[in-house]
Design a protein around this ligand. Structure first.
Ligand code: MN
Length: 203
């Protein structure tokens, strides 16, 4: 599907005269490896947004507690609409009353390696593995490193899907367990949510 069509839901929810989020018109940036970004979003309910580049969009999940470095933590991840690739740069405050109103910071980002294999150990197309409801990948971020899996455990239609985001392999050192969203800093600007919100207020 072309990005134009895949972003219809994203665009339909937003008034780009009011929010400074990207509309997704910029051409896709080239790169050898697909990108990922984790944003913290202080909306009606605080959550993390976990996004993986698949072709020309960012497949997205809302993760209330955020990713954990502990393989014992199974983090609920609820799919949201595909976002444009430029969204990985988005940081700022979405006006109150608009869709997703609240402040966003870029908590971590980088590239990832798709790791999905079939039962015989052969690589499987990543987009296809997501459609089937189970994908594994290795993150190369500033904060997040290593292997993770996303697994659908409920639903099958976009509206009611529920997934789990789980760290695979050995647990990371302390501090990589559960990020505290109010103390966490942007990997892009070093700001906390409060600082980003204050800057937006002055702008
Ligand atoms: Mn969000």
């Amino acid at each position: 599907m072309a990005a134009e069509d895949r972003l219809r839901t994203y665009r339909g929810k937003r008034d780009f005269g009011r929010t400074r989020e990207p509309s997704g018109q910029a051409p896709a940036a080239g790169g050898d490896r697909p990108r990922f970004v984790v944003q913290i979003h202080d909306a009606r309910r605080m959550h993390f947004d976990f996004r993986l580049q698949v072709d020309d969009v960012l497949k997205s999940w809302s993760v209330p507690k955020g990713p954990s470095g502990d393989p014992a933590d199974k983090r609920l991840a609820v799919p949201t609409e595909d976002h444009p690739l430029e969204y990985e740069d988005f940081e700022g405050t979405i006006p109150k009353g608009e869709y997703g109103g609240g402040t966003v910071i870029v908590w971590d980002r980088g590239t990832y390696e798709p790791l999905s294999h079939d039962r015989r150990g052969r690589p499987v197309d990543f987009a296809e593995s997501l459609e089937r409801g189970h994908a594994t990948f290795r993150l190369h971020g500033t904060k997040l490193h290593g292997e993770y899996a996303l697994t659908r455990f409920r639903g099958g239609s976009d509206e009611e899907d529920a997934w789990l985001l789980v760290r695979k392999g050995p647990a990371r050192s302390a501090g990589h367990g559960t990020p505290d969203p109010r103390r966490a800093r942007s990997v892009r600007t070093g700001r906390t949510l409060a600082q980003a919100a204050a800057d937006a207020g002055q702008g």
